[in-house]
Write a protein that binds this ligand. Sequence first.
Ligand SMILES: C[S@@+](CC[C@H](N)C(=O)[O-])C[C@H]1O[C@@H](n2cnc3c(N)ncnc32)[C@H](O)[C@@H]1O
Length: 458
Amino acid sequence: MANPAQENARTAAVDTLTRWALQPAPIDRLFDSRAGRLAPADRRLARAIVYGVLRHQEVLDAALTEFSTHPLAKMTPQLRMTLRVGLFQLAFLSRIPASAAVNSTVNTAKRGRHPPWLVGFVNGVLRRAAAEREQLGRFFVDENGRPRCNHPEWLCTRWQAQFGEAAMRSICALNNQEPPLSLRVNTCKIGRADFLALLKKSGIRASPGRYSPVALVVEGYPGPLQTLSGYEAGFFQVQDEGAQLIAPLLSGFSTPVRVLDACAGLGGKTGHLAELLPAGSRIVALEPDRFRFRTLLENLSRLGHATGPGRRVEPLAGRLEGFARAQGRDQGEKFDAILVDAPCSGTGVIRRQPDIRWIRRPEDLPRYASGQIELLRQAVPLLRPGGLLVYATCSLEPEENMQVISRFLAEHSAFTPEPASLRLPETARKLVRAGGAFASRPTDGCDGFFACCLRRAL
Ligand SMILES: C[S@@+](CC[C@H](N)C(=O)[O-])C[C@H]1O[C@@H](n2cnc3c(N)ncnc32)[C@H](O)[C@@H]1O
């Protein structure tokens, strides 16, 4: 007999994946809105299934192509996702008995209002797969016996050209695993050693990060995050180590400064800047997306950073272009440093957002690049002579990284690149590449980030 609570987890997984397939939106947002109210254990199972299906889609589809008499491409998204959810449990979740995986997925299909013959079809496909459960490992490899990449071919081809075959395969393999939970300790409230001791006291295993002096990597915490010691007290922010190396590029000032975080998002780097800049500094944080702006405010308040006009951080809901226009009109004070953490393809963070690989298309890259260069152009009049402009993305693609910098420098002769190693911690300097820009990759043990520092002439 299938456990009804676990059926809720499967139904939530199928619903989330179907909604994503019909109208792609960030998978974490879709998951939270559908599965947010499930009991913790069901939520964990639903999350493991949703993220696992996205990370192993190629394996699952290879198997389904063999077990199904009906072509996958002709199925509705809901049917395709139901079969993937069932098969994922059989192939990857060995702790779930085959009968539970099959029965509960079939019951999910019944709840999904499929006609009886289609429910019978799901049952038949999954029973055939269950009968061969011990041999499902054969689908993990391709026809040449190499592990399947589980990424679209265009992405594999471009990474192969850029990094070589072995590195491309390593990146894909890392993107197909659950990444570690990485925290940035809020040093305005607690030191890393003291927070580590606090976590140990609560029975949570963690260790210092490799690159960032304020990073902790937590092992095997089942979540939810809000129950982790020190969350309410604002002792930490969840942030990958690669992302923790961007705000330090705008640090090192000895007197108070005015900094613009032009694309603040959820405030990962805004909070870090607030921790790093000298007392009396001010940060203006811009974010146009309503959902992200709300989370930005929540994060800053939890971390204990004073917000509002004239306070340490001034969050503003809006776009850089509008802000730049208003500043130009009002002849506003210029900034000492500006961070443009631009919207990008996100190919460096696929291990945390596995859906990105299936949504992106090659033609998205030039579109992102035009937006990125436009943001840099809008930032220029806001920066004082001698000021620092830092451009960052979470993309691995040269079109969005060095090529944007080259185009920008060709148009702006007053700017010169400055080596990222000047302000990065010693431990992270190996991530500075030829030309002085910072570029981490999943093979470095963190997400893929790019950042280039540009100094404006006096
Ligand atoms: C890569 S994310 C920023 C991540 C953020 N800095 C962090 O550390 O959490 C890019 C952000 O830029 C915002 N954005 C998009 N267009 C913008 C514009 N024209 N002006 C300012 N921000 C923009 C997006 O809503 C998105 O939140």
